[in-house]
Design a protein around this ligand. Structure first.
Ligand SMILES: [Cu+2]
Length: 276
């Protein structure tokens, strides 16, 4: 009986601690654990981002991360311009591109950003942080984080499927070039239809100052900042339609995440594109 009671207490303590974990807000916990310097790719970026993560990294629970932006002399970069409504955009992906999150670290001053994010499964993760030091061009810094734990069996890759159904919305991807080639500009058009009646979705709301947001990453190991591709939204498109222009820099397989906002809820649809 005594043993049984102890067990109940132990379970209650566990529940309590996980409840605490989920309420951690940026800046509340201590960050003296792992530290990863950005790997630099020889591009023109003059700043670097240093990541500090909690000691006890775990899958599937919120983790508070600290990102310090420094100049080439190691001094804190203190002024940032807002772009697409935020001071920093961070894309968190597992190296095999099976997991994706788009978060916005909060600027705390003195070059420091904080964010809480969840790594759904164990594995190696990359964080692409996108920011704009005042008076400079947009910078992308890459950070790496290893989340320990057992690795799940890979899901069946629905590669090259051009239609994705997300609850009540069907997203269809069309490419201006059915077989896109390296270095050639391609228009990517996403058609959003209501699954119920196949009519265009008309209630898209702006998301980060745009009709939609698109992230493109080249499937590589290890991932580097050159795998992070910029795309520009085209302003004039039809109902329930969003289009982007981009150029793929290298042959390979790319994954695309298109994000849109309906009723304040952001949905993400992902697609693969093969570039020859
Ligand atoms: Cu963003």
């Amino acid at each position: 009986m005594k043993y049984y009671l102890t067990r109940i207490v132990a379970i209650a303590a566990l529940l309590l601690s996980s409840a605490c974990g989920s309420s951690i807000k940026s800046g509340e916990s201590s960050h003296n654990g792992h530290s990863t310097e950005q790997t630099h790719d020889g591009d023109s970026s003059t700043t670097q981002a240093k990541l500090t993560a909690p000691k006890n990294l775990a899958q599937n629970q919120p983790m508070s991360l600290v990102i310090d932006v420094r100049d080439s002399q190691g001094k804190a970069v203190t002024n940032f311009d807002t772009f697409q409504e935020k001071t920093m955009h961070a894309i968190v992906v597992r190296d095999d591109l099976q997991s994706f999150a788009h978060v916005h670290p909060e600027y705390k001053g003195n070059g420091r950003f904080e964010v809480s994010t969840t790594f759904p499964t164990a594995g190696e993760y990359k964080i692409f942080s996108d920011y704009k030091p005042s008076g400079q061009k947009e910078q992308v810094s890459l950070m790496t984080l290893n989340i320990p734990g057992s690795v799940p069996l890979p899901k069946d890759l629905e590669k090259f499927n051009t239609t994705k159904i997300l609850n009540d919305v069907k997203v269809n991807l069309k490419l201006s070039e059915p077989n896109p080639k390296v270095g050639k500009e391609v228009t990517l058009t996403f058609d959003l239809k209501q699954t119920a009646n196949n009519q265009p979705v008309k209630d898209l709301q702006p998301y980060l100052g745009e009709k939609e947001h698109l992230v493109i990453l080249k499937s590589s190991y290890p991932l580097s900042t050159s795998d992070y591709i910029h795309a520009h939204a085209l302003k004039k498109t039809g109902d329930g339609q969003i289009a982007f222009k981009t150029t793929f820099p290298q042959p390979g397989t790319y994954k695309l995440w298109v994000q849109f906002n309906r009723d304040g809820k952001v949905d993400t649809a992902d697609f693969w594109v093969n570039v020859l």
